[in-house]
Design a protein around this ligand. Sequence first.
Ligand code: GLU
Length: 372
Amino acid sequence: MPSLKDFRRIVVKVGSSLLVDAAAGGLKRAWLDSLTADIAALHKGPRDVLVVSSGAIALGRSVLKLPAGALKLEDSQAAAAVGQIVLARSWSESLGAQNMTAGQVLVTLGDTEQRRRYLNARSTIAKLLEWRSVPVINENDTTATTEIRYGDNDRLAARVATMMSADLLVLLSDVDGLYDKPPGAGRDAKLVPLVQRITPDIEAMAGASNSELARGGMRTKIEAGKIATSAGTHMVIASGHVPHPLQRIIDGAPCTWFLTPANPVTARKKWIAGSLEPRGALTIDAGAVKALRGNKSLLPAGVIKVEGTFERGDAVVVRGPDGAEVGRGLIAYDAADADKIKGRSSADVQSILGFTGRTEMIHRDDLVLGGG
Ligand code: GLU
């Protein structure tokens, strides 16, 4: 079985019921402090740690003393507005006490699903990691409406993990893993320690998709597992109802591992190279070809010609001066802007376009070289 210490970029998803004390009201600060102590130990490793934290709605409810029972959409959105501030402050204080900086990131479905915004969210979170901050991510519940909502942070966390090429997603939950019988099917159910592949049998163990327990339950965790493992991210489900939940996994607490045969960086590069229809092409000079082969990013200065109609975040083909394909990548500018800044130094971009764009036309993380 793998150990948390084997991984270099870990996304930890924390469920509402772990953080919020429904009976007493308020946030379980001592538990949070035990978790951030575990995060600090991994972070010093050094590893990148990202948090996807639920709890905005539940905390808002408790601060506002709203009655129990289902909330209407606008009520839960307004409750999240109150709760998210408390949630972010608690993470910031608790991580701060461990000498880490928290960076709050609120995302909606479009930020992870539309390429234009995907690139934005990805580079902002990458910058936080470069600064050694801990991104604390939640859905933007106050403005996300039903059609554009994830609704559950299990799948959101899986999307974040694959977007950031994380090699592990940890789902801290109410239960210590997947059992071999659906919830409610009797007491003799046994924990499944390892899932090599998510088959229909495994899905059946999680219960029917239309069951009451489905949302935020085992079913969405299996969906998260599919997203993660198909993109090269391993996943582990473990109980968060204990102090130091990450250290407990390291110490061998019962949990369920979902393994992936792939590597997240390779899987993302495969996605860029193979699954996206290129919308345009850039021709670059010999110096830039050499730079790319030396694992550098593509700067505007090396671009000779821009063809096609594309938007920021679209895939484009990159060709050498002889027209041969050098590779493919996700471009940081739309076609009109790319054309204006081609051949120019990155320092001139601001005066040409009137805004400060990215230094790179295509960042090396978004570039896949092909051919020789
Ligand atoms: N985003 C919601 C919140 O913070 C939680 C969604 C979930 O629990 O999966 O309240």
